[in-house]
Design a protein around this ligand. Sequence first.
Ligand SMILES: Cc1cc2nc3c(=O)[nH]c(=O)nc-3n(C[C@H](O)[C@H](O)[C@H](O)COP(=O)(O)OP(=O)(O)OC[C@H]3O[C@@H](n4cnc5c(N)ncnc54)[C@H](O)[C@@H]3O)c2cc1C
Length: 425
Amino acid sequence: MALTSWGQLPASPAAEERWWDERSAPLPEVGGTLLAYGNGRSYGDVCLNGGGTLLRGRGLWHFISFDPENGRLVCEAGVLLADILDVFVPRGWFLPVTPGTRFVTVGGAIANDVHGKNHHRAGTFGRHVRRFELLRSDGSRRVCSLTENAEWFAATIGGLGLTGLMTWAEIELRRIAGSGVAVENRRFTGIDEFFAINAEAEARHEYTVAWIDCLANTPRGILMAGDHAESGSLADVAKRPLSLPATPPISLVNGLTLRAFNFAYFHRPLPATAVVHYVPYFYPLDGILHWNRLYGRKGFYQYQCALPSGARDALGEILRGIAVSGQGSFLAVLKTFGEIPSPGLLSFPLPGMTLALDFSNSGSETLALFDRLDAIVGAAGGRLYPAKDARMSGRFFRGSNPRFDEFANFIDPKFSSDFWRRATA
Ligand SMILES: Cc1cc2nc3c(=O)[nH]c(=O)nc-3n(C[C@H](O)[C@H](O)[C@H](O)COP(=O)(O)OP(=O)(O)OC[C@H]3O[C@@H](n4cnc5c(N)ncnc54)[C@H](O)[C@@H]3O)c2cc1C
């Protein structure tokens, strides 16, 4: 089966696949273009290279060294965050930053400079990367850090896999006392209430994130704040996740199922405080393997935008636009981004807020909605997340990334992706 991305949208021409597991070998010589493929957890086309070659980096799966004095882990770039957690949580260490799924590779996490629920305290994943090796198609190898090949370091973090192949990386883990997370849940109604309780929560908690009912006339949701619990370890209740065995012919997500789910989710009994295992707190969607199949054979899009701090009106307008359209997803996420700058030239976060939600692929109707949302995001000085995107125009991407031209100097001439061809069209 051809490699796809998480959104399972109808594919571009298939790419040739090469399994890549020899860290010291040069890149293969191919006629067309190359791109590293991590674990395909990007939603759109940053990890696809139709008509070219995809280098499957999961073969680079070894841990290399760990320094318990400072938490520095050196591992190959195809190691999954899930593998790091399995080995290091029992030893009292955690990822410095984690996205909403643990099934992503270290290489993929760096290439998209992923963010998590602690962006206001820790910034992006790239801030905790100390070094990595970059292998280029001309056979050259560079160790890149803040002090060595610093310009390559900045281009590769958030560089969408276009500067070459990372073979290994050193990241700094953080100490924890156990596997539990102390969670505080609060319901809110209206954007103003969200911002008020979120500001309070960010001052007190390391992690914050809100689920938002995108179909309600007045936006409402649940803010979930958390901190690593001070002691004790809990059993992971989700050791054997469920799995959606096959893709149904049509999407099971529609206006009716969405409204019913959102109503039940908002009104479900919710403890004000609880201590839970880290897996359901950080990775609620990992509990159902292949949940992306819910959206049927036409696949789905995710729309994730970042808006500057002053753009609350724009956020309100976007939410109204989505509610009126009747499209949207079960798990829409609203989160504020803090001030800590991202190290990458093309990193997505900017100080302000981010909204992320999935949309069944209903063809032109969905694309027309996105065009309307883009107009609001663009006017507000925001941008869209390449890791989640499969359709933004090159003009929009270039216009919303002021360091685009600077970045372009570092692209490996042999590397390209479906995303990049669109972004530069
Ligand atoms: C359920 C879910 C929740 C998510 N939540 C979040 C979130 O909260 N925050 C967030 O930021 N993202 C989130 N994401 C997106 C995901 O974290 C990113 O798309 C991530 O980059 C995927 O990593 P991957 O290993 O699957 O890489 P892929 O998707 O396969 O590739 C991603 C990019 O990395 C490049 N790449 C991969 N390996 C290498 C390498 N060795 N060298 C050079 N380039 C490489 C690829 O070329 C590609 O450009 C989520 C995704 C899912 C499915």
